[in-house]
Write a protein that binds this ligand. Structure first.
Ligand SMILES: NC(=O)c1ccc[n+]([C@@H]2O[C@H](COP(=O)([O-])OP(=O)(O)OC[C@H]3O[C@@H](n4cnc5c(N)ncnc54)[C@H](OP(=O)(O)O)[C@@H]3O)[C@@H](O)[C@H]2O)c1
Length: 309
């Protein structure tokens, strides 16, 4: 099978199309014929040498897949050959490949409303937003959430999930994305290049930080006393949290098939829709990562791995 791997850390050219043996599903795993995979910032950060040591190489990148179950391993219930599924993969697996053997518990039936390309855009970014807002942040109906970085992969799901939960959403993004984020349902949209969010918003119950740096530091000023700061990027400052009687959380998103099933329900009900900015063939995974890294990508970049037929 074809798979895109890195043999050394580096730029987009470090991604090489290799021929590898097809994996076999172990107990509790399903073998998936991957039709589409998506690209996340973690992929180019790993490629650049940000997370792993050279001992992990060669490595197939990619944490998101959508495809068809080909065979199931011992003990698998709930899936059978031919099922259309989507999944966020465990760290040890790579989605830029024609086949993946993944734990069945990490998989869910693909939303029926979406084709494979659009379904592959959902898992990692969608689970990150879900776990950040609800598991970590405890966001409830009627609360106010400030989403920093709302036009990107995670942010565009976060806006839609928070609205589906009937929260009030204030969102920041660059000027060219303001209309896009408004269409996602945000109640108030702030162009971070033109305005300071502190001048427009105050007393939010939850800040969702997808941006890091000074944006997180400045966000304490708009958080309600007793609120929560949730970050995908860095541990919130403990002293600043204590001064606000607030909780500060930094977390890593985890694969979760049950939550993907809940997300699929929202998608099929028309309450959440992934936005795809660009689609590249598997052989152009390097260009796809470069696009995510350097362009103002709205929503997601996806790889078409192989045709469905
Ligand atoms: N901990 C975890 O488990 C986890 C999981 C997923 C993602 N992450 C991290 O979370 C971050 C977001 O992920 P993503 O997939 O959503 O990335 P993404 O698709 O690249 O989106 C990032 C968004 O932030 C916007 N942005 C940049 N600076 C901003 C600012 N000062 N104010 C408001 N918006 C700003 C960008 O807009 P412009 O390009 O227009 O500036 C872009 O739309 C990444 O760094 C990623 O590595 C962590």
């Amino acid at each position: 099978m074809k798979a895109v791997r890195i043999h050394e850390f580096g730029g987009p050219d470090a991604l090489k199309l290799d021929e590898l043996p097809k994996p076999r599903p172990g107990p509790g795993e399903v073998l998936v014929r991957v039709l589409a995979a998506s690209v996340n910032p973690v992929d180019y950060k790993i490629r650049q040498g940000g997370y792993l040591s050279a001992d992990a190489l060669p490595l197939t990148l990619g944490r998101d897949i959508a495809g068809l179950v080909e065979t199931v391993g011992d003990g698998v219930t709930g899936f059978q050959p031919g099922d259309a599924i989507y999944a966020m993969l465990d760290r040890s697996h790579g989605g830029y490949a024609e086949y993946v053997a993944e734990k069945a518990e990490n998989c869910a039936k693909k939303p029926e409303r979406l084709d494979f390309i659009r379904a592959a855009a959902v898992p990692l970014a969608g689970l990150t937003a879900w776990q950040g807002l609800f598991d970590q942040g405890g966001l409830r109906s009627g609360q106010r959430a400030l989403i920093q970085g709302a036009a990107g992969g995670v942010g565009h799901f976060a806006v839609q999930f928070a609205k589906a939960r009937e929260a009030e959403v204030i969102a920041t993004c660059s000027g060219e994305d303001v209309d896009f984020v408004r269409r996602l349902g945000a109640d108030q949209v702030i162009d971070y290049q033109a305005e300071r969010f502190e001048d427009r918003v105050r007393d939010v119950d939850l800040v969702y930080d997808l941006v890091d740096g000074e944006s997180q530091d400045r966000s304490w000023a708009v958080l309600k006393d007793g609120g929560v700061m949730v970050s995908t990027l860095k541990e919130p400052d403990k002293a600043k949290a204590a001064a606000k009687h607030a909780r500060g959380v930094h977390y890593m998103a985890q694969p979760n098939g049950a939550q993907l099933t809940e997300i699929a329900r929202l998608i099929d009900a028309g309450q959440v829709t992934p936005h795809i900015e660009a689609v590249f063939p598997l052989s152009q995974a390097g260009q796809a990562e470069q696009a995510l890294e350097t362009r103002h990508v709205r929503g997601k970049v996806v790889l078409e791995v192989q045709p469905a037929g």
